[in-house]
Write a new protein. Structure first.
Length: 138
């Protein structure tokens, strides 16, 4: 039985473990499906985060045999791990996504979701979640 990413113990700040997971686990189609089914955001937002077009997302979802580019696969895994962390902290995905969409004073008034189109941006937001968990203001 395939280990679920949510149960893997992986975290965003463990690049070697994330890389190994990407190389040895699920077929590419499953990564895209997990992200698509987890988030309640628009296809356009997902496309922005992954630096691909909405049409490309639809193509990946229709054709299970397509291989994701390594950077796209990495983005997806990192986003799944970020969502796992956010759900643990906020209690559910909807509340986490509300936090992602709200302007954040500690990010210069920019909404956290605007940073999720790069791996470093995902790490930055994951660090913000860790700070929140230890009592820093949102």
């Amino acid at each position: 039985m395939e280990e679920r990413l949510e149960d893997s113990g992986l975290e965003v700040h463990e690049p070697a473990a994330v890389y190994n997971y990407m190389q040895t686990r699920l077929p590419d189609f499953n990564f895209m499906e997990r992200l698509y089914n987890l988030v309640s955001l628009t296809e356009d937002t997902l496309a922005y985060w992954l630096s691909i077009t909405p049409k490309t997302i639809r193509t990946y979802r229709k054709n299970r045999d397509l291989k994701l580019k390594a950077n796209t696969k990495e983005q997806i895994v990192m986003l799944l791990l970020l969502y796992k962390h956010g759900e643990e902290l906020f209690g559910d995905v909807k509340t986490f996504e509300s936090w992602l969409a709200a302007p954040n004073i500690s990010l210069g008034g920019v909404a956290p979701q605007q940073f999720l189109n790069t791996v470093n941006g995902i790490r930055l937001i994951d660090n913000k979640l860790t700070a929140l968990a230890f009592g820093e203001n949102a």
